[in-house]
Ligand binder design. Structure first.
Ligand SMILES: C[S@@+](CC[C@H](N)C(=O)[O-])C[C@H]1O[C@@H](n2cnc3c(N)ncnc32)[C@H](O)[C@@H]1O
Length: 281
């Protein structure tokens, strides 16, 4: 005879489901309130604080310890990425890519906005004669290239043979205008440099599944109506350990690159979404 699930076990599982749904609902409401209520620069200030508290990216942390990922190594070894020269590295965290790039023989000029990580980055850069580190965000690069000075002004006027946008850092630009400005600035600053970028793909967190998730779109629309603002973009989100982020489809990445004057030389979804862009002549 088949065993019957005891009443107490059934009750426990029901309570467990209710608790999980409540936690998911609270996270969803938190995310939507934050997305609706904060400006782009406020979101970036939150991200800097969130990443400053994440020592996984600094020396001694598990992400740093991995060194360059296999897909990064393969892409760096793929034309048109240069085999040598000076690389501009943004969203550099605590220096994981900087150390890896220096070990491959590149000179590296790196920047990172989160204060604690940029301190770690400076320490790592000091151990590599061909490396330099600055504190700053992509918006600061745009400002500097536009002649407005700022913390990354020293990056302007140098020659770069390649550009690396650090692991998924592009996904922390949640404003479409800011992303377009970044690529225009890269094109102006380093007109012949291929760009390696990586990003969060559309299915990375399985958000599209689940009953609670169905409340997201109406809540987003409702908040936008109340605040008389545009609703947060499809694919925008927030998680406590990684701050605000934007998920992209492959087509969105290719449209962004093409509009800025790049051809897509390589674009892979696995094991992590990444692309190599070649500046159009
Ligand atoms: C997933 S972490 C990767 C860190 C480092 N590249 C690594 O692989 O270890 C994403 C990085 O993007 C940076 N980031 C977030 N927003 C940024 C922005 N607006 N401009 C530049 N970097 C940003 C974060 O501070 C963080 O260091």
């Amino acid at each position: 005879m088949a065993a019957v699930v005891p009443v107490w076990a059934r009750a426990l599982l029901l309570v467990d489901r209710a608790v999980l749904s409540t936690v998911r609902l609270a996270a969803l409401v938190r995310t939507e309130l934050l997305l609706a209520g904060l400006s782009t620069s406020e979101r970036e200030a939150v991200n800097a604080a969130v990443f400053s508290a994440e020592d996984t990216y600094a020396p001694g942390g598990p992400a740093f310890a991995q060194g360059l990922f296999a897909w990064e190594r393969e892409t760096l070894a793929t034309a048109p990425f240069p085999a040598a020269g000076r690389v501009l590295l943004g969203g550099a965290g605590g220096g994981r890519e900087l150390a890896g790039l220096c070990a491959l023989g590149y000179d590296v000029v790196a920047f990172e906005p989160a204060p604690a990580l940029s301190d770690a980055l400076a320490t790592v850069a000091a151990q590599h004669p061909g490396a330099r580190a600055l504190r700053g965000a992509y918006a600061d690069l745009v400002l500097a290239v536009g002649g407005g000075g700022g913390p990354l002004a020293a990056l302007v006027g140098e020659r770069y043979d390649g550009v690396v946008l650090g692991w998924a850092s592009l996904s922390h630009l949640t404003d479409a205008g800011e992303r377009a400005e970044l690529f225009a600035a890269l094109r102006a600053l380093a007109p012949t440099a291929p760009v390696l970028l990586s990003y969060l793909g559309p299915d990375d967190d399985g958000r599209a599944n689940g009953r609670v998730e169905r409340l997201r779109a109406p809540l987003r629309r409702g908040l936008a109506r109340v605040l008389r603002s545009a609703p947060a973009a499809e694919g925008a989100g927030f998680v406590p350990g990684a701050g605000f982020y934007q998920r992209f489809t492959a087509a969105e990445i290719e449209a962004l690159a093409t509009a800025a004057g790049y051809d897509v030389a390589l674009h892979e979804r696995e094991p992590y979404p990444h692309a190599l862009l070649r500046p159009r002549a």
